[in-house]
Design a protein around this ligand. Structure first.
Ligand code: ADP
Length: 491
């Protein structure tokens, strides 16, 4: 019965407690949605310097966590947010720092130690949670990938732990937690001979944390079905395709959801005109307001392409830079909100200077402006080289802003090509990561935009799609039950 299910989600970040990226959105929204389905779900994460008042209380006296050849004292705290209970592992020496993973000089040098301690402390904390023992532990990304490994090795003969199932979710395979082999001593109780080899944590002579999750979790998932397939290939597997192929029968894809309490044009406090499905005039007012704010002239017939993104290589904006001069011969506007390296900023500043009055660029992270771009644009561009799930395309659909995307990962699973005759499709899609393909795809979108009747029909279709967390949470629930049943059979 779902109400009896006890789920512990382990993550290095979760909204509203700590966030550097999309992982925190998922681990914040998923437990909230699961709780609505009536399961007992709790979170556990490191205790970073507090960013809010979460009324934490100590759960126990110090517990001692084995790491290397010593026992490291930590404390467990509990708190809650959005109706979800959360536990925190306190070790000021490791987690009381200004940032989560590193500073401007780079990653913290002791990250292997920090997240080995975290994973081990999660398992050591379990018997101290006032008789609450999870049926399944859901781990996320490399920072908690050692939990399944420890559980299946060091703790497997302990009856308290032996029936606990594990799900490991890959949010972005490019981040694996790779450290020097000299860190192996941190993994107390594991034999280097048994674990440090190609069928274990070794990766080209180094120690690879994410392999702990990929090899030892009962079940694996990633954030779209397409990405689940892609990471089994050399092109997208980041060197781990062999491992993923060996576990392909256990690898599932579950799309992330959108939190529609944050992203709903009918309730959005950031935009100048709220609108519902079919309120085209209000959306046009948002476009005017946005263009005025970024100093671009409004013109009724010129569509506006919005971009809200990190400008990382993954996102494929080099393809746009390649064809921008040809593209800007068309009658259109572009607003870009993003952050990247100095070189990215220079490149796009030069582009905007070459196309004054048609392109505006804003190099900052700004949630309010992001909302205005989703609401005020006609099209939303995501030419990603790879995209495990992607949120931007799902948000823009809700705002009636038609995505133009490359068919990869979650973009391929959520956006299908507009088909004039079949009256189907919610965007414009290209396969080949080339400037020429991007250009011709945007041109297809521009052509469709000129026919107001069919464009409006597509906008309405886009706005009516459901990418809520409720849907994703139901899929996770199925996976949890499956992993638990599998664990029971193995015992
Ligand atoms: P990723 O997690 O790889 O960056 P996603 O598409 O999954 O990409 O999620 C990115 C999220 O961050 C989206 O909600 C997007 O609106 C937001 N975002 C990205 N860059 C900015 C920015 N410069 N300002 C405001 N929001 C941004």
């Amino acid at each position: 019965m779902p109400e009896e299910l006890k789920i512990l989600i382990v993550a290095s970040e979760a909204v509203p407690f700590a966030k550097t990226g999309g992982l925190a959105d998922v681990t914040g929204a998923l437990p909230k949605a699961l709780a609505h389905l009536g399961v007992d779900v709790r979170l556990i994460l490191p205790k970073y310097p507090s960013k809010g008042n979460f009324d934490l209380t100590g759960v126990n006296r110090r517990i001692k966590v084995p790491i290397s050849d010593r026992l490291e004292p930590v404390r467990v705290f509990s708190g809650a947010a959005n109706g979800v209970k959360a536990y925190f592992i306190e070790s000021d020496k490791y987690y009381d720092r200004p940032e989560l993973y590193g500073d401007t000089k780079g990653d913290y040098k002791d990250n292997a130690e920090r997240f080995t301690l975290f994973s081990r402390a999660v398992l050591e904390a379990l018997p101290h949670l006032h008789h609450w023992r999870p049926d399944i532990i859901h781990c996320n990304d490399w920072q908690s990938a050692l939990v399944p490994l420890f559980l299946k090795t060091v703790y497997q003969d302990n009856p308290f732990y032996s029936s606990i199932a594990t799900l490991f979710t890959i949010h972005n395979l490019a981040y694996q937690g790779v450290f020097g082999a000299d860190n192996f001593h941190l993994l107390t109780g594991l034999s280097k001979k048994e674990i440090f080899n190609i069928n274990g944590l070794e990766f080209y002579g180094k120690l690879n944390f994410i392999k702990g999750g990929l090899l030892y979790a009962d079940t694996l998932s990633t954030v779209s079905k397409k990405y689940a397939e892609e990471i089994q290939t050399e092109e997208y597997g980041c060197g781990l395709e062999g491992v993923l192929i060996s576990r392909r029968d256990e690898l599932y894809g579950v799309l992330n959801g959108i939190d529609y309490t944050d992203w709903d044009p009918a309730e959005d406090e950031f935009i100048s005109r709220k609108f519902k499905v079919g309120d085209f005039e209000d959306k046009e007012e948002d476009k005017k307001a946005l263009l005025a704010e970024v100093n671009l002239p409004y013109k009724k017939t010129a569509p506006l392409i919005g971009i809200v993104s990190r400008l990382a290589a993954q996102k494929g904006f080099d393809l746009l830079a390649e064809v921008i001069d040809e593209l800007m011969q068309e009658d259109l506007r572009i607003v870009l909100l993003g952050t990247g390296t100095e070189a990215d900023h220079k490149l796009f500043t030069e582009i905007s200077e070459r196309h004054k009055g048609k392109i505006a660029v804003l190099f900052k992270y700004d949630n309010a402006t992001a909302h205005k771009i989703y609401a005020g644009s006609d099209m939303f561009l995501m030419p990603s080289r790879y995209e495990p799930c992607g949120l931007g395309q799902m948000i823009s659909l809700k705002y009636g802003t038609i995505p133009v995307v490359r068919a990869t990962g979650g973009l391929a699973d959520t956006i299908c090509e507009f088909d004039h005759r079949g009256r189907r499709g919610n965007g414009f899609v290209f396969e080949d990561p080339s400037g020429a393909e991007l250009l011709s795809t945007i041109k297809r979108a521009l052509a469709a935009y000129r026919d107001k009747r069919i464009w409006k029909a597509m906008v309405k279709r886009a706005q009516s799609a459901d990418f809520s967390w409720d849907r994703s949470a139901k899929e996770y629930l199925k996976l949890y039950k499956y992993a638990i049943a599998k664990r029971k059979r193995k015992k």
